[in-house]
Design a protein around this ligand. Structure first.
Ligand code: ATR
Length: 290
């Protein structure tokens, strides 16, 4: 691809940024779709975040992804925020508007779409969500937003789960979210739950770890979804499968958060065929990485 005077620029702000797969995804999309767009990583120090966002706008940068550790702090630098992202209190995508950047959370809309691509439904479901950190909190919002009947938030520290449950219930005017200490999982009635693993436990290189090992916990689960995608099959996923359930990793979430951002920046619609093609590239990239 030839960069020229008409090329539009998108990028990623974070710290660190060197291991990101986003440039590969977005530059491949631009190439396949014949868009004159370049996507680059920007390493930004904490004290320079505001300058970086203002500077990006001044440079006519079309769109930005925001990653760790700036997904919440960047919000005060935006001119507008999407309703769901505002409730979650975290954004990963900025879209240029006439007055500044508008923030979105495509991590969550992307996760929803990724689950849909695997035929995992949320509407009317009873969900077990492991964790109560930043990631799990966003997932709790997403589950209720898309119609989950109940979300049981299981966490090592009960207080943290209670705080998150109350925040989601108040913001979305519901009582769907209930906090539990992880070891009290046995109080959950019945089986056929959708379980989402939202902690960083089990992430490479700690591939033998998971927050819960009890077999009778896993027998309650029909479908297990781990937000982690490295390793390809986490301990959580292995235990779900061992108990007879279906398990998925977070690679499709990574894919769809990028596709949704790309669609917002370019007012484009990406076909499932192209999504599948990029997914194969991502899988290949993961295998050469480890
Ligand atoms: P993130 O932003 O990735 O969600 P975080 O906000 O630091 O990260 O949250 C980490 C989550 O993983 C929390 O739910 C944490 O449990 P606590 O609230 O009890 O700290 C959970 N977690 C981390 N290490 C854990 C471990 N060894 N066992 C159980 N849970 C753990």
């Amino acid at each position: 691809m030839q960069i020229n005077g008409r090329s539009s620029i998108c990028g990623l702000i974070g710290n660190p940024v060197e291991h990101t797969l986003s440039p590969m995804i977005h530059n491949t999309l631009a190439e396949k779709l014949g868009h004159n767009l370049v996507y680059v990583p920007f390493l930004v120090e904490k004290e320079s975040l505001k300058e970086a966002v203002t500077g990006a706008y001044a440079l006519h940068i079309q769109g930005m992804n925001i990653t760790v550790p700036y997904k919440s702090t960047v919000i005060e630098m935006l001119s507008e925020i999407d309703a769901l992202a505002g409730k979650i209190g975290a954004v990963n995508t900025l879209v240029r508007t006439q007055n500044g950047y508008k923030g979105y959370n495509t991590d969550m809309t992307g996760l929803y779409r990724a689950m849909g691509a695997e035929n995992i439904r949320l509407a009317g479901e009873r969900v077990i969500l492991l964790g109560a950190g930043g990631a799990a909190r966003a997932v709790a919002f997403m589950c209720v937003h898309y119609g989950a009947e109940k979300v049981y938030l299981l966490n090592r520290t009960l207080e943290k789960a209670k705080t998150v449950a109350a925040e989601v219930n108040v913001a979305l005017q519901t009582d769907a979210v209930t906090a539990l200490r992880t070891e009290d999982y046995w109080t959950l009635q019945g089986n056929s739950y959708l379980a989402i693993q939202g902690t960083n436990v089990g992430l490479y290189p700690n591939t033998e770890e998971t927050v819960i090992t009890e077999e009778d916990f896993y027998r309650k689960i029909d479908t297990g979804y781990d937000l982690i995608y490295r390793p390809e099959k986490t301990m959580f996923m292995r235990l779900v499968e061992k108990a007879g359930g279906k398990a998925y990793n977070g690679l499709r979430m990574l894919l769809y958060q990028a596709l949704e951002a790309y669609e917002l920046w370019n007012r484009a619609e990406i076909s499932e065929e192209l999504a599948a093609e990029i997914y194969e590239l991502l899988k290949k990239e993961m295998n050469t990485d480890e």
